[in-house]
Design a binder for this molecule. Structure first.
Ligand code: BES
Ligand code: MN
Ligand code: ZN
Length: 497
């Protein structure tokens, strides 16, 4: 078991008519210039309208004010700018600031409302996202911080007040679904934030089988011997320098009413030192996050199974660390992959594609309708897109479009980059079927093209999450560390298929 975190003691309930007398602070997110279009209804509508007038509140994004009252004791108005510019990303930031304020002021009972609708989102989708984001707004990875004796963590009860267009039954459903997604995102964050000495391939496999047990899905763990039998040459090559055993994890969710089969593949490098092609020391500690693709797959499986979505979902995770040693794989080596294709190693730091090549090939044996991989694959993707979007590569424009739309809806932006065959020239080898690195130019694309060599599926997408899987510093949307990217995208994608 992974130790529970203390931060994140914020409990969300959705309720249209909370007892205002019990609430320490009612947070209202207010848009700019159309503040009279509030959709709250009843006394709450009057209460909030009066607060806006009293405070002469405009709703600018940098504006906030707290008014003292009776029922509730306080109303805090938070400006979030013009309605047509609001996205789930800006709401995520606003909700994070709500949780921060409540914790700072030790308010144990708060309510939050966003009394508007957003174009492109149903009230159901919006409410569920708000509830789920709120559930994660207080997240902090403090499993390994000694508790301070004078600072007892306090739990916060948070009521989300939805717009009036949802009935009680819908609200109950949404509440449960949001809690499920929050839990799955937390799984991803806890695994991602876990240090490399503790979150080893063996540990990831253990966590995967725990999740599988809880959700009633099938989990098969392959150890080194079995991986050798399967001839996963890429995974074994990367593992050669390691003191840790590799693992290959197979998760299978097979509901009776399955409409399609989707395979998810996640890069599970528990620490990437670069191997013999050693990385520079600066910020090398961040390479504990190199298993965030694997974490996204485990979290997505957990969410999809708990939501009982009608798709057969298969998760495949190759896992090892990438270390230098006397037995490590090295530049010049030629490796035979599971598919039989050969690879000339020119850089041992291009290890993700080696383990993914085998996993993608294996995924093909399930004949999936769609094959999607998540990987913190290239620094080049971070250079191109920074932290605001994951890189998307796909051989299927329809799939790419669907994923991009899901990303917009849930606030996990994707930006498509090319996987044109012209770039294959960069990974051409004189000695083997391909090289494992194409150098610096178009680095994210040549990595995707390497993966494509092992894909036997007309509808494949590769999602490079190198820039989005973790926040290097605290941002307006996330605390420092793993962001939990992937789960919300996959849930929305399956729901919109
Ligand atoms: N895990 C890294 C990619 C990475 C780097 C993610 C920085 C996030 C931040 C990956 O294994 C890697 O080292 N890629 C190399 C590939 C190169 C050797 C062709 C890279 O991007 O430099
Ligand atoms: Mn690497
Ligand atoms: Zn890596």
């Amino acid at each position: 078991m992974i130790d529970p975190t203390f931060g994140g003691l914020l409990h969300v309930e959705i309720n249209r008519e909370p007892k205002l007398s019990r609430i320490d602070n009612l947070f209202v997110l207010i848009t700019q210039s159309d503040k009279h279009k509030l959709s709250l209804g009843g006394d709450l509508q009057k209460l909030v309208s009066r607060a806006i007038e009293e405070a002469e509140f405009e709703g600018r994004p940098d504006e906030s004010v707290t008014l003292i009252g009776k029922d509730p004791k306080r109303i805090t108005l938070i400006g979030i700018g013009p309605l047509d510019k609001i996205t789930l990303r800006s709401l995520r930031a606003a909700l994070l600031s709500v949780a921060k304020l409540a914790r700072k002021n030790r308010q144990k009972s708060i309510a939050v409302t966003f009394p508007y609708s957003i174009a492109g989102l149903t009230p159901r989708q919006l409410t569920r996202s708000l509830a789920d984001l709120l559930g994660n707004s207080d997240y902090k990875y403090d499993a390994y911080l000694s508790p301070k004796p004078d600072e007892k963590p306090i739990a916060i009860d948070c009521t989300l007040i939805p717009t009036p267009d949802l009935d009680a039954k819908a609200v109950r459903r949404i509440s449960e679904e949001a809690a499920t997604i929050t839990e799955a995102v937390r799984t991803v964050r806890d695994l991602g934030n876990g240090p490399g000495n503790l979150i080893t391939p063996t540990k990831i496999a253990e966590r995967a089988s725990e999740v599988a047990k809880e959700t009633g899905i099938k989990c098969t763990i392959y150890d080194r011997k079995q991986i050798e039998k399967m001839k996963m040459g890429g995974l074994l090559a990367v593992n050669r320098g390691s003191g840790e055993e590799p693992r290959f994890i197979l998760l299978e969710y097979s509901p009776k009413n399955a409409k399609k089969t989707i395979c998810l593949v996640g890069k599970g490098i528990t620490f990437d030192s670069g191997g013999i092609s050693l990385k520079p020391g600066e910020r090398m500690e961040e390479m504990k996050f190199d298993m965030c693709g694997a974490a996204a797959v485990i979290g997505s499986m957990q969410a999809v199974a708990n939501l009982a979505l009608p798709y057969k979902l298969i998760g495949l995770i190759p896992s090892t660390d990438n270390m230098p040693s006397g037995t490590a794989y090295k530049p010049g080596d030629i490796i035979t992959m599971m598919s039989g294709k050969t690879v000339e190693i020119v850089n041992t730091d291009a290890e993700g594609r080696m383990i993914l090549g085998d996993a993608l090939h294996y995924a093909g044996t399930f004949k999936p309708d769609h094959l999607i991989d998540f990987a913190t694959l290239t620094g080049a993707c971070v250079i191109a897109l920074g932290g605001e979007a994951s890189g998307l590569f796909s051989n299927d424009t329809e799939l790419a479009r669907k994923l991009i739309e899901s990303g917009e809806r849930v606030g996990e932006r994707l930006w498509r980059l090319p996987e044109w065959d012209e770039y294959k020239e960069h990974i051409r080898s004189e000695w083997a079927d391909m090289k494992n690195s194409g150098g610096r130019w178009a680095g994210a694309t040549t990595a995707a093209l390497f993966l494509k060599e092992f894909v036997d599926c007309p509808s494949w997408a590769h999602i490079d999450i190198a820039g989005t899987a973790w926040a290097e510093h605290e941002t307006s949307r996330d605390p420092k560390g793993a962001t939990g990217v992937g789960v919300r995208l996959i849930v929305d994608f399956l729901e919109s298929l």
